[in-house]
Design a protein around this ligand. Structure first.
Ligand SMILES: CSCC[C@H](NC=O)C(=O)N[C@@H](Cc1ccccc1)C(=O)O
Length: 676
C-alpha cells in the first residue's frame, strides 16, 4: 500500500463527529457528522445512527445543512435536533427545533419560534421540550417577540447602542437588548410558552446551553443556574433556582456570593442536584468542583449543599451525569495533558477513571451502556461504546479509509526540569519515519489560555501531525499556569504573567537541543492567543538568533490596549492591578514594553472579528516590528474571529505559516544564500 503524508487537504476531508446521544435502552447512538467542502468553502452536518450492538452506521437525516444537537426522546420513539431547513414552503430564518422518528422518515418542524431556538432538553413525558430562546424581556407573547425580531432583522440603523459591561462575547454582539429565556414547547401542538416571561430571571448570556438547566425526573420542576446580579458581567457568580412547572413559581435554592455555581443535574430520585461550584471568593482561578444540593425532605423547596470533590485536585468539566443508583456522578476531567471520563463515588468521595483519554469530549450513558466521543493526538474524534464487562469498542469507521493509508508521526509526553524546580510536561510529535541520527528542525506550538493544556488531543487549527509530516519535531510545553496539573501549578503564574512560562519554554528548548537530532539553527516558536502573547514576550526577552522565527496568531501584545477585549473584567485579577492603579505592574507583563529588544522575524496573524484579542493587538505588533526594521509579515482575515474556521482560510493559514518557517530555515535556503 502506498503511504501518504498527512496534509491540509486530508485534514479538511476528515468527517468531524459530535457528542453522541443514546437511546433509552442503550442500543443505539445518534451523532452529528460534519463534512467540509474545500471547493465550496462550507460544511454540512447530518445525523447518523450507530448501533452499540453491531451493524453499520445509518444516515438519519439528509434534508438539512446543519442538523445539530440530536437528543433521543425519553420513550425512545423519536429524536429531536436543531436545524435551519426549508419545509412546507417556509425557510427558517433562525435555528428551529425538529423531530424525526427514531427508525427514520421525515423530520418535522416542531414549532416556529421567531427568535430561534438553541439548547434544549426533553421532558420525561417525551411530549414536551424545554428550550432556550433569546427574547426581549419587556415584551409579552410570541407575537410581540416575532414583531420585534422582524423589526430588528430589517432595521436600517446598524449602530449598536449599549450600557452593558458585557456587550460582546468571542465574536457575538450580545445581548442587543435580548436575554436567554427558557421556553416550554408542546411537541405535538407546537405551542410555546416563555417560562421566564414577566420575571427577572434569565440563563447565562455567554453561550447559554443545555448544561445550564435540568428537568426533574417527575417532570414537575426545572433547576437552572442564574446570575442574581442586576448587571451581568462575564465573571458573574451564579446561583441555582428551581421552577415549579405547574405554577410558574421560582425559588432560589442555592446561593453563596463567594461561589459560582453551574451545570445542575437532578439525581434519579429528584431529591439531590449535582452541580459545579467554584470558590471565586477565595480566588478567581479556583477550579469548578463537584457539589451536591440535597432537599430537606421529599417535595421540599429548601435544602443544603456541600462541595464533594474539595480534596480531589482536579477541575470538574460539565456535563454531569448521575449513575442510575444515585451513588456516583460521571464527568470528564483533565489530568496531565489528558482528559478522561471519571466516576466520582459520593459515599467514598473517590474518583476513578471509567474511560481513558486521549481526550474525552462528550459522552452518554443509558441502561448500563456508555458511549463517548474521544480523540487523541494521533487520531480525530471516534465514537466508542463500553458495554458492561467489555473493553471500549469503536462504533464507526468514518475516517479509516482516508487516514488508514497515511504514515503518522509518533506522539509522546516528556518531562523536563522547568521553573521553580518543577517537572514540566512537553508533548512531542516526531516526523513520520523519524531517525534520531538525522537532523530536524524544532517547532514549539505554545498553547493559549493560559489556563488550558496541550495534550493528547486532536487539533484542527494547530495540528501536530500536519506539522510533523512537514519534517518538524513538534514540542508543546505545558508551562506553569497550564490546567491539568493541579491547582498550585495553574495558579503559580497569577500576577506575574510571562516569567515562569518563558523559563519552562526555554528549559524545553535547552533540553531538546541536547538531543542528537536537534539542529540549533532551526528552532521556531509559534502560538495562538496566550501562546501568541508568549512568542511576542519571547521576542522581547530572548536573545535574537536563539529562535529563527516566530509566528504570532491572535497574540495579546499590550494589556492596557487589551482593555478593549470582552474579557476585560478578568485583567486585574490575572495581572494583579487595573492599569490605572499600577501602570508599571501591568506594563511589566506586556510584550509591548520590551519592543526595543525585538529583533526576530515574525509572522503576525489576526482575525478582524476577534473580540477576545482585538485585531488592533496584532496590528500594533506588526507595525512595531515594521517600525523597528524587523522582518515581518501580516496575515489578516476580515471575516474570521479568534480562530480561523473556514476551509479556504485555514488552507491559507497553514500555507503562510509553513512558508514563513521555510523562509527562515537556513537548511531550506538556496545554496547561494546559505554560503553568505
Ligand atoms: C482568565 S484568562 C482569560 C480568558 C480566557 N481563558 C480561556 O482560555 C482566554 O480567552 N484567553 C485567551 C488570551 C486572553 C487572556 C486574557 C484576556 C484576554 C485574552 C486565549 O489564550 O485564548
Amino acid at each position: 500500500m502506498a503511504h501518504k503524508l498527512f496534509d491540509i487537504e486530508a485534514l479538511w476531508k476528515i468527517e468531524r463527529l459530535g457528542a453522541p446521544s443514546l437511546s433509552p435502552d442503550g442500543a443505539q447512538a445518534v451523532v452529528p457528522v460534519t463534512r467540509f467542502s474545500m471547493a465550496d468553502n462550507n460544511s454540512r452536518t447530518g445525523l447518523w445512527l450507530l448501533s452499540t450492538r453491531g451493524g453499520k452506521p445509518r444516515a438519519l437525516t439528509h434534508g438539512g445543512d446543519k442538523d445539530g444537537q440530536p437528543q433521543w426522546s425519553p420513550r425512545g420513539d423519536r429524536i429531536a435536533f436543531v436545524g435551519k431547513r426549508e419545509q412546507e414552503g417556509r425557510k427558517d430564518a433562525s435555528p428551529q427545533l425538529y423531530v424525526i422518528p427514531a427508525d427514520g422518515g421525515e423530520a418535522r418542524r416542531v414549532a416556529t419560534v421567531a427568535t430561534g431556538l438553541e439548547a434544549y432538553r426533553w421532558l420525561p413525558d417525551g411530549k414536551r421540550i424545554a428550550a432556550v430562546s433569546w427574547v426581549w424581556p419587556q415584551l409579552k407573547g410570541g407575537r410581540a417577540q416575532a414583531k420585534a425580531y422582524k423589526d430588528f432583522s430589517e432595521r436600517k440603523e446598524t449602530g449598536y447602542v449599549t450600557a452593558e459591561p458585557l456587550y460582546r462575547f468571542w465574536d457575538d454582539n450580545l445581548p442587543q437588548d435580548r436575554v436567554p429565556h427558557l421556553h416550554l414547547i408542546d411537541v405535538d401542538s407546537g405551542k410555546v410558552r416563555d417560562l421566564f416571561e414577566g420575571t427577572p430571571y434569565e440563563l447565562r448570556r455567554p453561550d447559554p446551553s443545555a448544561e445550564n438547566f435540568d428537568i426533574s425526573p417527575d417532570g414537575e420542576r426545572i433547576v437552572f443556574a442564574f446570575d442574581p446580579a442586576p448587571v451581568k458581567r462575564i465573571d458573574g457568580r451564579f446561583a441555582l433556582a428551581e421552577l415549579q412547572l405547574a405554577t410558574g413559581r421560582i425559588d432560589v435554592i442555592a446561593r453563596d456570593d463567594d461561589y459560582d455555581f453551574s451545570s445542575p443535574r437532578y439525581s434519579p430520585d429528584g431529591d439531590r442536584i449535582a452541580f459545579t461550584a467554584s470558590h471565586q471568593g477565595r480566588k478567581h482561578t479556583m477550579p469548578a468542583q463537584l457539589a451536591v444540593w440535597e432537599r430537606s425532605r421529599p417535595g421540599s423547596r429548601s435544602g443544603r449543599w456541600a462541595v464533594e470533590s474539595e480534596a480531589w485536585d482536579h477541575e470538574v468539566h460539565a456535563p454531569l451525569h448521575w449513575e442510575e443508583d444515585g451513588q456516583a456522578v460521571l464527568f470528564t476531567a483533565e489530568q496531565q495533558g489528558r482528559c478522561h471520563l471519571w466516576r466520582f463515588d459520593l459515599p467514598d468521595r473517590r474518583a476513578e477513571v471509567v474511560l481513558e483519554g486521549g481526550w474525552v469530549h462528550g459522552f452518554d450513558k443509558q441502561a448500563g451502556t456508555l458511549v463517548a466521543l474521544r480523540d487523541s493526538a494521533s487520531h480525530p474524534g471516534q465514537i466508542v461504546a463500553c458495554l458492561p464487562g467489555q473493553p471500549p469498542r469503536r462504533l464507526e469507521r468514518f475516517n479509516d479509509a482516508l487516514l488508514g493509508p497515511m504514515v503518522w508521526g509518533r506522539n509522546e509526553a516528556l518531562w523536563i526540569d522547568g521553573a521553580e524546580g518543577d517537572k514540566v510536561q512537553v508533548w512531542m510529535t516526531y516526523p513520520p519515519g523519524f531517525d534520531p541520527k538525522k537532523k530536524y528542525p524544532l517547532l514549539h506550538l505554545i498553547h493559549g489560555g493560559p489556563h488550558t493544556a496541550a495534550g493528547d488531543v486532536w487539533h484542527y487549527r494547530w495540528n501536530t501531525e500536519l506539522f510533523a509530516a512537514q519534517g518538524y519535531v513538534v514540542a508543546a510545553v505545558n508551562y506553569h499556569g497550564s490546567s491539568s496539573f493541579g491547582y498550585a501549578f495553574l495558579d503559580s503564574i497569577t500576577h506575574r504573567w510571562g516569567t515562569l512560562e518563558l523559563q519552562d519554554i526555554e528549559a524545553a528548548t535547552d533540553a531538546l537541543l541536547q538531543q542528537p537530532w536537534a539542529d540549533p539553527a532551526r528552532v521556531f516558536a509559534t502560538g495562538g492567543s496566550y501562546g501568541g502573547y508568549m512568542v511576542a514576550w519571547m521576542n522581547g526577552h530572548v536573545d535574537p538568533g536563539r529562535y529563527a522565527a516566530y509566528v504570532c496568531h491572535a497574540g495579546c501584545f499590550d494589556w492596557q490596549a487589551m482593555f478593549a477585549d470582552d474579557a476585560w473584567s478578568w485583567h486585574a485579577k490575572e495581572l494583579g492591578a487595573w492599569y490605572w492603579d499600577k501602570p508599571d505592574q501591568v506594563a511589566a507583563q506586556s510584550p509591548s514594553t520590551y519592543a526595543g529588544n525585538m529583533r526576530t522575524p515574525t509572522l503576525v496573524i489576526h482575525g478582524a472579528k476577534d473580540y477576545r484579542v482585538p485585531d488592533a493587538q496584532g496590528l500594533a505588533y506588526y507595525n512595531t516590528l515594521h517600525a523597528r526594521g524587523v522582518d515581518t509579515r501580516l496575515l489578516w482575515f476580515p471575516d474570521e474571529n479568534h480562530w480561523v474556521l473556514k476551509p479556504r482560510n485555514s488552507r491559507l493559514w497553514y500555507a503562510e505559516f509553513l512558508a514563513w518557517l521555510k523562509r527562515h530555515d537556513p537548511a531550506q535556503q538556496p545554496a547561494r544564500k546559505r554560503r553568505k
